[in-house]
Ligand binder design. Structure first.
Ligand code: HEC
Length: 172
């Protein structure tokens, strides 16, 4: 009995397979290719309408590395604030704070992107306010300054994108 059933099953299967495949709908007709899709970097650049910050690859890499460090510093600020450790809040926020060398770096990064350096400096000064509030052991002021600092992060991200370039445009 069982072998017969298996044989019938196998025959049915073969019968199915012998039916000619229905033609597949033309993939290109269903999903017409995007006009700029030939180069995915160009396609993304076209989709991302933020203002470009032209940077040499080494500068772009350095900037992204600083950004990841900023995010770690914010995380450390929040962790310390959560347990009321004002010394650690101040120390972590100073990792994002203003210094002469930071200021020079921001000038350098923003040299070819009008408005970028000002935003960057505003961000570092906002982070300084977190440390000032922590030194006063003022918890609500720490959170207010943290919020302003995060606004500086998000508003800059909303406006600017990196644009790696082989050579920077002439200053002036
Ligand atoms: C003055 C402008 C500016 C400020 C302020 C700023 N960023 Fe950025 N950030 C950028 C730009 C430009 C990029 C690159 C974005 C792109 O090209 O998509 C970036 C990228 C990043 C990235 C992605 C890094 C990677 O590896 O790709 C992280 C994370 C980040 N920023 C975190 C932060 C945090 C956290 C803050 C604030 C504490 C902050 N940024 C403040 C401009 C800024």
């Amino acid at each position: 009995m069982r072998p017969t059933l298996i044989a019938i099953g196998a025959l049915l299967c073969l019968a199915c397979r012998s039916v000619p495949d229905r033609p597949e709908p033309d993939a290109a007709a269903v999903h017409p290719p995007e006009p700029a899709a030939s180069n995915p970097h160009e396609a993304l650049d076209h989709l991302d309408q933020r203002r470009p910050v032209p940077l040499l690859p080494m500068m772009a890499q350095h900037q992204k590395q600083s950004m990841r460090e900023h995010l770690e510093a914010v995380q450390a600020v929040v962790a310390a604030a959560a347990v009321g450790d004002f010394e650690q809040v101040a120390a972590a926020s100073r990792r994002m704070g203003f210094s002469e060398s930071t200021g020079r770096m921001c000038e350098h990064m923003g040299a070819a992107a009008p408005g970028f350096t000002e935003r960057a400096l505003g961000f570092h000064h906002a982070a300084d306010e977190i440390a000032i509030a922590a030194d006063r052991r003022d918890g609500p002021a720490v959170l207010t300054a943290l919020s302003s600092t995060l606004s500086a992060c998000t508003s800059c991200h909303a406006e600017y994108k990196q644009q790696p370039v082989a050579a920077l445009p002439e200053a002036g």
